[in-house]
Design a binder for this molecule. Structure first.
Ligand code: ADQ
Length: 484
């Protein structure tokens, strides 16, 4: 549907995510706050005009009680309300349950799931703490938008809280990860509690139709509920289930490309990699991103097509992520070993096949790498959407580079014009890389037109507006149910 303005209505939008989009720094005795620029922040920029909004989330660390007041006041100036959690609860909620139970399971890694009762207790406690804050600021007519797998019990706790106050407040929940097949989901020991936790919402959103279907079949099979193709009946309410694919803000990339810093950096890369083709990979170092599979496929390319040795490089940027969780430490060791083996085997004094950057790079560097690369390779074994694919396309307006994209990303259902691969099939990925590296200009331009059209239309702002509009259109079922 075409993007239209969100209907104006009284009330505010309360956005809730595990982490507030801010960085707090202490200089001598005074704190200062810096707003981060993330996907969600851009998405909400499209809504700011229609809705005053408040952001609720964990500020990233614990504080002494005198500092808590100072921090709250400081954050209030930036429309943020903190949920303070003690370090133990925060750790068990985030690392212990969210990232060691829900994350692996939702990405089809049940063997990596470590279920511990104390982590589940902390998950409940953290969701309760979030609810307490939200209940203290929510008013008649507000829209509440809960984000992601860290807060799957929140809608239910809120609904119970509002019931006693009889407020007409609509609650939405959006999942940024995949929702797995019901056969995987039913493994979860607390499957019923988790499903009921989100079913208290009025609108439940996913990136793709597939995830919506998986969610609906989990509700029918695990809870025995009735469903339609876009709804589930729960406790006499009709819960809407919708598909809202997220996007990026392409203009920030286009604007950055015009800056002298980026054009200088592009010149550096071009002279450094003269006469070489560049394949780029940008990932958080997470086992869902299929980085080992990517390296094996690249090695296979060099083996099967030795003409590329010395003439192609893979620049892989990997952001350190979740180092407190054991599986991520093992992944790091595995990835380092592969880089060493492949580079050792194919390098010469003049040539390094893989440039591995285990760090976060700044925006100038990121845009320059995306702009210079001939091919972008994404081999996630599961990925809710994957925005790196969108960002690469945003930067390829001149070169029309080729996107090689895993079929297991949400993006694969939208990005027509990319070369879709199964990351577990190393021969297929390396042949697609070969096709991408040797593709003629006309085919590249044809593919690029489709890709860029999609990315420029389905932006982060479009996503935000579509979701809130749909939430606004729900029945306000809570009110009608609890009126009597
Ligand atoms: P992520 O798993 O973090 O997000 P993704 O959507 O690809 O995955 O977004 C990553 C972001 O981090 C991109 O904006 C990228 O530019 C940035 N980034 C990655 N590596 C970087 C580096 N080395 N230096 C600097 N920046 C880097 C989750 C889900 C996804 C879903 C999003 C949004 O796992 O599937 O698309 O949420 O819903």
């Amino acid at each position: 549907p075409p993007m239209t303005e969100v209907e104006k209505k009284p009330g505010k939008l309360i956005v809730i995510s595990n982490r507030l989009p801010i960085t707090l720094t202490k200089d001598c005795d005074s704190w200062s706050v810096k707003l981060s620029s993330g996907g969600l922040v851009t998405a909400l920029s499209g809504l700011k005009k229609e809705y005053p909004f408040t952001w609720v989330g964990w500020p990233g660390q614990d504080f002494s009680s005198t500092e808590k007041t100072k921090i709250s006041n400081l954050l209030m100036e930036n429309s943020c309300v903190p949920v303070f959690l003690d370090d133990k609860i925060a750790d068990l909620h985030y690392n212990g349950f969210s990232n060691s139970v829900l994350w692996p399971l939702f990405h089809y890694h049940p063997a990596e799931m470590n279920f511990e009762d104390r982590a589940w207790e902390a998950y409940k406690a953290a969701n309760e703490a979030f609810a307490k804050v939200v209940l203290s600021i929510a008013e008649e007519g507000d829209l509440i938008w809960i984000h992601d797998y860290h807060l799957m019990l929140l809608a239910q706790i809120l609904q119970k809280g509002f019931k006693s106050k009889r407020k007409n407040i609509k609650i939405g929940w959006f999942l940024h990860t995949p929702f797995p097949s019901s056969e995987i989901f039913r493994i979860l020991p607390v499957r019923q509690e988790i499903l009921e936790g989100v079913l208290a919402a009025d609108l439940i959103g996913f990136h793709t139709l597939e995830y919506s279907r998986h969610f609906i079949s989990s509700c029918t099979r695990v809870l025995g509920l009735q469903s339609g193709s876009e709804s589930v009946e729960y406790e006499g309410r009709n819960v809407r289930i919708g598909t809202f694919p997220i996007g990026i803000d392409p203009t920030t990339f286009i604007e950055a490309q015009k800056t002298p810093a980026v054009s200088d950096r592009i010149k550096d890369f071009k002279s450094r990699f003269k006469n070489k083709k560049i394949i780029v990979g940008v990932d958080r170092l997470d086992y869902i991103k299929g980085v080992p599979q990517k390296f094996l496929a690249y090695e296979n390319l060099l083996k099967k097509h030795p003409e590329y040795i010395g003439n192609v490089v893979l620049v892989q940027v990997a952001v350190p992520s979740r180092g407190d969780v054991e599986e991520y430490q093992e992944l790091m060791v595995n990835v380092n070993e592969l880089v060493g083996l492949i580079n050792g085997k194919y390098a010469t004094i003049e040539y390094t096949p893989i440039h591995f950057l285990y760090k976060s790079v700044d925006f100038t560097e990121l845009v320059s790498i995306y702009t210079t690369a001939d091919v972008c390779l994404i081999t996630s074994t599961r990925d809710g959407m994957n925005l790196v694919s969108y960002e690469y396309i945003a930067c390829q307006n001149e070169n029309n580079g080729v996107l090689v994209l895993s079929e297991f990303t949400g993006a694969a259902s939208s990005l027509n014009g990319s070369l879709i691969v199964n990351p577990w099939d190393i021969d297929q990925v390396s042949e697609s890389l070969h096709n991408a590296l040797s593709m003629d200009t006309k085919s590249k331009a044809r593919n690029y037109r489709m890709l860029s059209k999609y990315v420029n239309k389905h932006t982060a702002a479009y996503w935000g507006v579509s979701y809130v509009k749909a939430l606004n259109k729900t029945n306000g079922s809570m009110y009608s149910v609890y009126k009597t």
